[in-house]
Design a binder for this molecule. Structure first.
Ligand SMILES: Nc1ncnc2c1ncn2[C@@H]1O[C@H](COP(=O)(O)OP(=O)(O)OP(=O)(O)O)[C@@H](O)[C@H]1O
Length: 381
C-alpha cells in the first residue's frame, strides 16, 4: 500500500516537464526528489498536491484515484521554500488556520483546535513562541511553524518543496537532522524536494534522481552513491569525473592502459563513458604501476584534502580527495609530480539513443596484466 505514480507526463506547450515518470512510495516512507533546477521536481509535487493536472498517467493511493480528488480532499500538507505564513497572525493562529477554515460540520471545537495547536507547537519545539508574529521569528523557526501548520490538518502525505532552501548552511544542517528525527517519530509519508545532494542523501530512505523531466535512478542513498546507474547520476551524486576511454575488439583503453573486456556486447553499445570519483584516486609509491600526475593545487577543507591533478591525455585536471590521515602518509604539495593509482572506475555503455544499456564498476589492478571486464549487466534506468 502507498502511492503509485505511473507514466506521468506533463507538457507546457512544446516543453516536456515530466516525461513518463513512474514511482511507488511506501506508507511512512521519506523520499527525496533530487535534481538540478528545471528537472521537474516541483511539477511532480504540484500534481500530487492537486495544484496541477498531468496530461497523461495516473496516481493511485491505496488503490484510490488521487487525481480524481480535488486538492482539499487529498489530505496533503504542503511546505514551500518561502514561508507562506500569514504575517498578521500569531504563530498559534497560523497553525490553527487549516482547522479554522474547515466547513463547520468538519471543524473541531475551539477547545480542540487550541489543544491540537499546543500539541503541534510542542512537537516542533516552539510552544514558547506561540504569541509571536512571523516577523519576530528566525527563518528556521518560521519553517517549523510552516511545518506545524501543514501537519495541523493531519495529512496523509507531506510535501516539502525545498523547505530549507532560503536558510543559511548551519541552520539547514541542524533542521535536516531535526526533520529526520521528527519524521521518524511521526511516520507520515513524506516527499521532500531538493537540489542539494547532501540533504537528500542524509535525510531520505530513498532518493529519486531527476533530470530533464525523467527519473534517472531510484535507490537508497548508499545504492545511488556507490552504484550510480547513469553518467548523470554519477556526476550529480558521486562527483564522477569523465575520462576518455575507448572500447575496441574486446579491449578497454583508459589513460594509456589497456584491459580485456570479455563479454562486452560492442554491437549494442555505440558509446562508452568512463567516470572516476575523487576519493578513488590515490597517490602510490609503486612508480612503475602508477599514472603520472602533476599537482596543481591542494586545499584543506574540514578534515579532507582536495587536490587538482593534471594528467597526460586529459584536457581537464582530475579532482582527488583524501582524508587528512591519508594525506599525511603522502603529503603531496603544489608542483609535485606524483604517481597515482585509480582504485575504481565506472564504465557506462550507451546505445544509439543515449540510453545506458550496460554498466560496470571496475577496479583496475596494480600492474599491467590484462583483466577481464565483465560480465556486463543490464540496468533499469
Ligand atoms: N506553468 C509553466 N509554464 C511553462 N513552463 C513551466 C511551467 N511550470 C514549469 N515549467 C517548466 O518546467 C520545467 C520544470 O520545472 P520545475 O519547477 O518542475 O523544476 P524543478 O526541478 O522544481 O526546478 P527548481 O529546482 O528550479 O525549482 C522548467 O523548465 C520550467 O520552466
Amino acid at each position: 500500500m502507498g502511492i503509485d505514480i505511473s507514466h506521468l507526463r506533463r507538457r507546457f506547450g512544446q516543453f516536456t516537464a515530466l516525461d513518463d515518470v513512474s514511482l511507488s512510495i511506501a506508507d511512512g516512507e521519506f523520499v527525496a526528489l533530487l535534481g538540478p533546477s528545471g528537472s521537474g521536481k516541483t511539477s511532480l509535487l504540484r500534481i500530487l498536491a492537486g495544484l496541477d493536472l498531468p496530461d497523461a498517467g495516473s496516481i493511485l493511493r491505496d488503490g484510490e484515484d488521487l487525481l480524481a480528488l480535488d486538492a482539499r480532499r487529498r489530505g496533503v500538507g504542503l511546505v514551500f521554500q518561502h514561508y507562506a505564513l500569514f504575517p498578521h497572525m500569531t504563530v498559534a493562529q497560523n497553525v490553527a488556520f487549516g482547522l479554522r477554515v474547515r466547513p463547520w460540520r468538519l471543524r473541531p471545537r475551539a477547545s480542540a483546535i487550541k489543544a491540537s495547536v499546543e500539541e503541534l507547537l510542542r512537537r516542533v519545539e516552539l510552544d514558547h513562541l506561540s504569541t509571536r508574529y512571523p516577523a519576530q521569528l528566525s527563518g528556521g523557526q518560521r519553517q517549523r511553524v510552516a511545518l506545524a501548520r501543514a501537519l495541523a490538518i493531519q495529512p496523509r502525505l507531506l510535501l516539502l518543496d525545498e523547505p530549507f532552501g532560503a536558510l543559511d548552511a548551519q541552520v539547514r544542517v541542524t533542521l535536516r537532522r531535526w526533520l529526520r528525527e521528527f519524521h521518524r517519530s511521526l511516520g507520515i509519508t513524506t516527499l521532500f524536494v531538493t537540489h542539494d545532494q547532501d540533504e537528500a542523501l542524509e535525510m531520505a530512505d530513498r532518493v529519486v534522481v531527476m533530470n530533464q523531466g525523467r527519473i534517472e535512478q531510484i535507490g537508497t542513498p548508499e545504492q545511488i552513491y556507490r552504484h550510480p546507474a547513469t553518467p548523470f547520476a554519477s556526476r550529480f551524486i558521486a562527483r564522477g569525473q569523465p575520462i576518455p576511454g575507448e572500447v575496441e575488439h574486446g579491449t578497454l583503453r583508459v589513460l594509456d592502459r589497456v584491459w580485456a573486456v570479455g563479454g562486452f556486447a560492442e554491437d549494442q553499445i555505440t558509446s562508452i563513458t568512463v567516470h572516476v570519483r575523487p576519493e578513488d584516486i590515490f597517490p602510490t609509491q609503486a612508480h612503475r604501476e602508477g599514472l603520472a600526475a602533476r599537482v596543481l593545487n591542494v586545499r584543506h577543507v574540514a578534515g579532507t584534502v582536495r587536490a587538482s591533478l593534471a594528467m597526460a591525455g586529459l584536457e581537464e585536471p582530475l579532482e582527488a580527495e583524501w582524508n587528512e590521515r591519508e594525506w599525511h602518509r603522502h603529503p603531496v604539495a603544489v608542483g609535485d609530480v606524483i604517481d597515482v593509482h585509480i582504485q575504481s572506475l565506472t564504465v557506462f555503455g550507451s546505445d544509439a539513443d543515449g540510453r545506458v544499456v550496460a554498466r560496470k564498476e571496475f577496479q583496475p589492478p596494480h600492474g599491467a596484466a590484462p583483466v577481464t571486464l565483465g560480465p556486463w549487466r543490464r540496468v533499469e534506468a
